[in-house]
Ligand binder design. Structure first.
Ligand code: PAF
Length: 280
C-alpha cells in the first residue's frame, strides 16, 4: 500500500491510472477506523480496480473546537487495518495540503437540506463537509465514492454538492454497519464508558419499536411521542428524533407508501453524541 501526503503527487498518479481505463473507488474518512469503514473499503475493493482511502480530520466541519481536539486519532492502526484488507492507496494530508492559511468553508445553498437535524444542531457543519469532500474528490478524482447511511443527511448533502460543483463521481450509499447488539458503529463509540457501551444498543431497539408502531398504523406524531417518552425514562438524553422524507429531509405528517421515509435520532450517552437512523 502506498501512502500519499500531497495531492500534487496523488492527483497525477490517479489520472494516469484512469487514462489506462482503470476504475478508482474512494472512501473519505476521518480515521479512527472501525469495521464499518472496513466494510465500505471492502465494497470499493470488490467493485473497482483500485481503492483510495483518505484519512483527514477536517477542521472546517467541527463547530465545537473541543470536539475537534478530542476526535480520536489512530493513524498507525488505521494504516495497518487498510493494508491488511488490501487497500491500494491512502491519502493522509496535512491541513496545509487541502486548505490555504486562514481558509474557511465555502458557503453552500442546499435548499434547506442543510438546515434541519444536524444542520440545525451543528451550524456550519455541512458547509465544512461539502467543502472538504469537494476538495477530496478533486484531489482523487474517483469513479465511485462510498458513504455509510449512518450519516444519511451527509449523503444527501454530498449528492447535492456533486451536482452543484459538477463533479463526475458516482456517490454510493452503503447500509449502516451495526454491531451484533445493533449499535451503529462509529468512531465516537471508542469514547463511550463500558457502561454506556453496554447500554447504547437501546437506541436501535427504540428505532425498531418505532417502525413496529408505524406498521401497526400509528401516525408519525404518535411514533415521535413514543420515542420521546421512551427516552425521557432512559439514561440517554434525546437531542432530536424526527421522521422525514428521504429526498428533501422535511418532516412528514402522514406515512405514504409512495414516499420513502426515515426516522433520524441523536442521543447523548454521557457526553458522547450518538447518531442513528432507520427506514420506515
Ligand atoms: O463522514 C466522515 O467521516 C466525514 O464527514 C467525511 C465525509 C470524511 C468528511 O470529512
Amino acid at each position: 500500500m502506498v501512502v500519499f501526503t500531497e495531492k500534487d503527487k496523488l492527483t497525477p498518479f490517479i489520472q494516469n491510472l484512469k487514462k489506462e481505463g482503470k476504475t478508482i473507488g474512494f472512501l473519505p474518512t476521518m480515521g479512527a477506523l472501525h469495521d464499518g469503514h472496513l466494510s465500505l473499503a471492502k465494497a470499493s475493493i470488490a467493485q473497482n480496480d483500485y481503492t483510495v482511502v483518505s484519512i483527514f480530520v477536517n477542521p472546517t466541519q467541527f463547530n465545537n473546537p473541543e470536539d475537534l481536539e478530542k476526535y480520536p486519532r489512530t493513524e498507525e492502526n488505521d494504516i495497518k487495518l487498510l493494508t491488511e484488507i488490501g487497500v491500494d492507496f491512502v491519502y493522509l494530508p496535512p491541513v496545509s495540503d487541502l486548505y490555504n492559511k486562514g481558509e474557511v468553508a465555502k458557503v453552500y445553498d442546499f435548499d434547506g437540506i442543510d438546515k434541519v437535524m444536524e444542520g440545525e444542531f451543528r451550524p456550519g457543519h455541512f458547509d465544512g463537509v461539502a467543502t472538504v469532500v469537494a476538495k477530496l474528490f478533486r484531489a482523487v478524482n474517483p469513479t465511485k465514492a462510498y458513504f455509510g447511511e449512518k450519516d444519511f443527511q451527509q449523503i444527501r448533502i454530498i449528492q447535492e454538492m456533486v451536482k452543484q460543483e459538477q463533479i463526475d463521481v458516482e456517490v454510493v450509499p452503503m447500509p449502516i454497519f451495526r454491531a451484533d447488539n445493533g449499535l451503529a458503529l462509529s468512531s465516537r463509540n471508542m469514547r463511550l464508558t463500558s457502561e454506556n457501551l453496554e447500554a447504547a444498543p437501546f437506541i436501535y431497539q427504540v428505532l425498531k419499536e418505532a417502525v413496529a408502531l408505524k406498521n401497526k398504523g400509528k401516525t408519525p406524531t404518535e411514533v415521535i411521542d413514543f420515542v420521546k417518552e421512551t427516552f425521557a425514562q432512559s439514561a440517554f438524553e434525546l437531542e432530536y428524533f424526527t421522521i422525514t422524507d428521504e429526498e428533501k429531509l422535511q418532516p412528514i405528517d402522514t406515512f405514504n407508501t409512495d414516499v420513502k421515509t426515515r426516522g433520524f435520532i441523536v442521543a447523548y450517552a454521557g457526553d458522547i453524541r450518538l447518531i442513528d437512523n432507520i427506514q420506515f
